[in-house]
Design a protein around this ligand. Structure first.
Ligand SMILES: Nc1ncnc2c1ncn2[C@@H]1O[C@H](COP(=O)(O)OP(=O)(O)OP(=O)(O)O)[C@@H](O)[C@H]1O
Ligand SMILES: [Mg+2]
Length: 491
């Protein structure tokens, strides 16, 4: 149940309880006031009847015993002698006298003779009565007044209380719903901001800039929550900035280090080559050692180049967009691969018309070469490799799928999640001796991401497919603006 509904329900329940108590209290009070008023009148009526009986002649009281002057309509009077009724009559609403039936007289005879008022149910037309029984000489005089006025006014009050209570409750619930909605609106804004922040990927330090809760009045509870929330967002932003700074420093260090390593590596390689060329009278093992120095420095140079490229891609540099003919690029790469691995059957599957995407030709060439090289070098001879290009979708959502498929032994499923990490190799000892570093797919991933695309892999023995999706349009700016929009639309 929402907080809003619960608050409204509690308020209405309280209002119901209070109105019930007030209504019931008024009704009980009214009933008791009315009854004591009747008891007072009964006292006077009894006095009048007693006086009238005492003034009777020797024949005793007659039917008009109920009508000494001043008795009201409804007054009943009965005169008992030795437990038997002598006469009993009642004044009806028209003021006429009526004789009491024996069914009415019987309960009157049982009333305690103590001069106090008692309630008796006489049934029939008369209903409930307040009666007193008092001794008059040897006889007992019973006088009664109807309770009907009490019941009538209590009934009327009940109706009034019910109607007023229902109306007041309706009004109270409407007002409560409005007031609760209004006072919870700032909380809604905090919640909306929180969920907008939760949806925002914290990949850049500026994604939370300008994302703040507007309700920060420290006098209100919600304002305090909002202030704390904003402060927390500030801390997160600062932490993101610190993270970005340290990542930047690491990237800078890798870029600088690889850059600085290039020159000495070139010298090592150059001198090794020179020595080999001079050759001639050098001992055989020195020639071998120089050859190893040369080949290892070539390998190290390519590793250093890869590291430098990754560092620059991380910085968001190194990609110059232009129209790139992917078809030509694929054909070149496949021809090179043919020459390098004649034992592999390499096929292309591209549309007749050239497939063109916006991108960096050199980097995309590297993507194709890395994937095809993997399919050649990590599979046994005789493996069939197919490089395909498929235009997918149209307009801004469209693009091109580049697939490199081989029917080699496949990739260990446990290794697949780590495939695109830097220096990740399925079998490091074997691969290292074969001259691989595990940077190839990391570069593929970084280049494709810099193009706003994605790379996926599915692999089972006999069928391994790398799919690179490249969008038909250049990736634009997003991030912070998106989060701000989300918050703005929420509030
Ligand atoms: N087509 C494939 N078939 C089987 N295994 C593969 C395939 N492609 C990649 N792999 C596995 O993934 C690992 C990582 O590939 P990646 O291209 O990143 O590095 P590498 O080829 O080992 O080294 P580098 O490309 O830097 O010279 C490889 O070592 C290999 O074990
Ligand atoms: Mg590779």
């Amino acid at each position: 149940m929402t907080l809003r509904r619960r608050l409204v329900l509690v308020t209405v329940a309280l209002a119901v309880a209070v109105s019930t108590v007030i209504g019931a209290g008024s009704i009980i009070a009214l009933a008791s006031i009315q009854r004591s008023a009747i008891d007072h009148q009964l006292q006077y009526a009894t006095n009048r009847a007693q006086r009238s009986v005492e003034q009777q002649g020797p024949n005793g009281p007659g039917l008009d015993i109920a009508r000494p002057s001043g008795q009201a309509a409804g007054t009943l009077t009965a005169y008992f002698l030795n437990g038997d009724v002598v006469v009993g009559s009642v004044i009806d609403n028209a003021g006429d006298l009526g004789r009491l039936s024996s069914a009415v007289v019987r309960p009157l005879g049982t009333v305690t003779v103590d001069g106090r008022a008692h309630t008796v149910d006489l049934g029939g037309d008369l209903g409930r009565y307040r009666v007193t029984a008092a001794p008059v000489g040897p006889a007992v005089l019973v006088v009664g007044l109807p309770m009907t006025p009490v019941y009538e006014s209590v009934g009327k009050l009940l109706v009034v209380v019910l109607v007023v209570t229902v109306l007041a409750l309706l009004a109270a619930s409407a007002v409560a719903a409005l007031a609760v909605r209004r006072s919870l609106r700032p909380l809604d804004r905090v919640a909306e901001t929180a969920s907008a922040v939760a949806r925002t990927p914290l990949d850049r330090s500026d994604v939370l800039d300008g994302v703040r809760v507007p309700d920060t009045d420290p006098r209100t509870e919600v304002g305090r929550v909002g202030t704390a929330f904003n402060r927390m967002l500030g801390h997160i932003g600062a932490a993101l900035q610190a993270r970005e700074r340290s990542e930047q420093q690491v990237r800078q260090f890798v870029a600088d280090a690889s850059h600085e390593l290039r020159t000495p590596l070139a010298s090592v390689r150059g001198y090794a080559e020179l020595t080999r060329r001079m050759g001639g009278d050098l001992p055989q093992d020195v020639v071998y050692a120089m050859g190893r120095i040369e080949s290892e420095s070539i390998r190290m140079t390519s590793m250093v180049e890869d590291l430098l490229l990754l560092a620059r891609l991380d910085e968001g540099r190194e990609v110059q967009f232009a129209e790139v003919d992917l078809t030509g690029l694929v054909l070149d790469a496949v021809n090179d691969a043919h020459a390098a691995s004649p034992a592999h059957a390499i096929a292309v599957d591209v549309p007749d018309e050239p497939v063109v995407v916006p991108g960096d030709a050199a980097r995309l060439h590297q993507v194709v070469v890395n994937l095809v090289t993997n399919a050649r070098t990590h599979t046994p001879e005789g493996t069939r490799i197919t490089v395909g290009l498929t235009p997918v979708g149209a307009g801004a959502g469209g693009g091109v799928d580049l697939t490199v498929r081989d029917d080699g032994q496949g990739i260990d499923p446990a290794f697949v999640p780590k495939l695109f990490e830097r220096f990740a190799r399925a079998d490091s000892s074997r691969s290292r001796s074969a001259g691989s570093t595990g940077l190839g797919l990391a570069i593929v991933d970084a280049v494709v991401q810099a193009h706003g695309g994605s790379v996926t892999v599915t692999s089972e023995p006999g069928d391994t497919v790398f799919t690179v999706h490249l969008p038909a349009v250049r990736p634009g700016a997003g991030g912070a603006a998106d989060a701000r929009d989300a918050v703005a639309s929420a509030t």
